[in-house]
Design a protein around this ligand. Structure first.
Ligand SMILES: NC(=O)c1ccc[n+]([C@@H]2O[C@H](COP(=O)([O-])OP(=O)(O)OC[C@H]3O[C@@H](n4cnc5c(N)ncnc54)[C@H](OP(=O)(O)O)[C@@H]3O)[C@@H](O)[C@H]2O)c1
Length: 217
């Protein structure tokens, strides 16, 4: 069991981020959430601090990272990412401030259709990305640029990337585990629970793996 940590969550109002924030608070951690619109976070908890702001506008990163042990990014803006590497630009600004503030741990949630550095997606996943998921191509290009940058420029930070294969907002379907070869279609709550475990898993540092249910679901 990890001791109480203070986690900065970017994307706490999102489909995975809302579950992640609740689960982290339930586990006894403190959460500082950056939200463009704090009213979207219905959760109220004494361990939750909400800061209004956007990653694409000027931010006081020193203040945001004050007292923080770990950073979690569950960010997505399909329209903005269509032709701009919004998350990459932010991560490149964030990491130097993390170094200065002594924050060493970071989890970035990407997608199963985002290829890990130096790897190609399986043909079936390339096909899905080019057809039914093509509206998200900019998001995957941004996620891939983040992974490449972390892999080459930030190996002094204990980062981990979860290439999630989310499919629905239904109830839990079981426990996800790290997988190099497979990505299950999961629920947001399962992806969030897995990301919370992954954040403090020393064996996963510097990996960009997917997640799969135990029994091949
Ligand atoms: N959805 C899926 O099925 C799926 C599948 C596989 C992987 N993924 C990956 O998982 C990650 C998170 O996806 P998701 O579906 O959970 O997220 P989501 O529901 O799209 O939410 C994205 C979050 O990012 C926040 N955000 C976007 N732009 C921001 C900005 N400029 N400043 C501050 N916050 C900003 C949003 O805030 P607002 O509430 O203000 O919009 C929201 O909280 C993405 O990398 C995505 O590629 C998603």
């Amino acid at each position: 069991m990890t001791s109480t940590q203070t986690i900065l969550v970017l994307g706490a109002t999102g489909q995975t981020g809302q579950h992640f924030t609740r689960l982290a608070l339930d586990a006894g951690h403190r959460v500082r959430a950056l939200a463009r619109n704090p009213a979207k976070l219905s959760l109220q908890h004494e361990g939750l601090e909400v800061v209004q702001g956007s990653i694409s506008a000027p931010l006081d990163l020193d203040a945001l990272l004050e007292g923080v042990d770990a950073v979690v990014l569950m960010l997505g803006d399909v329209v903005a990412q269509r032709d701009r590497l919004v998350n990459t630009t932010f991560v490149r600004a964030l990491v130097p401030v993390m170094r200065r503030k002594g924050v060493r741990r970071l989890l970035y949630q990407a997608g199963g259709l985002s290829a890990a550095p130096g790897k190609r997606l399986m043909p079936v996943l390339r096909l899905v990305r080019a057809t039914i998921a093509r509206a998200y191509d900019g998001q995957h290009r941004d996620n891939e640029a983040v992974m490449r940058w972390l892999d080459t420029e930030a190996r002094d930070i204990a980062w981990v990337v979860h290439r999630a294969g989310i499919g629905s907002d239904g109830p839990s379907k079981g426990e996800l585990r790290r997988s190099r070869t497979w990505i299950s279609i999961a629920t947001f709550v399962d992806c969030a629970a897995y990301s919370l475990r992954l954040l403090f898993d020393d064996d996963a540092v510097h990996t960009c793996d997917g997640s799969a249910y135990r029994r091949g679901r």
